[in-house]
Ligand binder design. Sequence first.
Ligand code: DGY
Length: 328
Amino acid sequence: MEGYKVYVTRMIPEKAILYLKDHYDVEVNPEDRPLERSELLDKVKNRHGIITMLNDKVDAELMDQAGSQCRIFANYAVGYNNIDIPAATERAIFISNTPDVLTDATADMTWALLLSAARRVVEGDRIVRSGGFTGWSPLLMLGVEVTGKTLGIIGAGRIGQAVARRAQGFGMKILYTANNPRADFERETGASFAGLNVLLSQSDFVSVHVPLTPLTHHLISVSEFAIMKESSILINTARGPVVDEKALAEALRNGQIRAAGLDVYEREPEVEKELLVLDNVVLSPHLGSSTLDTRERMGLMAAENIIAALHGKIPPQCLNPQAATKGR
Ligand code: DGY
């Protein structure tokens, strides 16, 4: 549609931008850094559609700054804890996200961390680079076996289920939590529905896949570490604040759990200092969906959502279709 203005708060793979440029007047933040709040408030003014990142706070103030012509904020992420959805609905603004297209990439990343933590890959890399490798030794850096162990999936949504499917290749027993038991998933993977405490006390590996909400904030904290096995390994590729980082550092230091692999942090890009000095935690910089294929698919999906909204339709990945019923 001629005359519609779209803003993208961060550079994303070019495909999506070119696609949007075929339809609209598109501006992209040219700098590879998140916008300061004041810049964001300024940049959204008079736009009809905006692609936001997971670290942009999309609240009532930002929506009001955008103006009453704004139809959609399309979040370039599956998680949307950065967005005030009721405020958007009230203003008849659609919110969309990018589910499915990043499921495999994020499940792969979960496994990259799980295997790295279990087999001490990053720790070993540091030893080799610093000249500490003096030759093969029968007792050198003994890790833990993955095959045949129990994997606990906290939150068996799309990504949790994809992680579980990969675990089948390792002959693992799978426990999971979810709002309700999932018969298809159980049939496919042999997974068993469990309460959180049972899962934590029986799993050798625990992987977190719940969205961040007030209910899941610090879901894993002091009392949860207390019931986990001393040999267990915790992986978090969901959202940082689901795990209490200080409590995790303490559990890793005092041997309450064996190791951890983290892709997400409570106060990104800050990382709890106590974690940085520990060898038994693998830390990656929020790379869950970071493959070129996936990031292109996320961009095209966000673009499709913008296009639908600007055509007066409910976007395909809309999180608040009720916004359509609000008068403009
Ligand atoms: C998401 O989409 O929520 C991921 O964390 C982005 O990498």
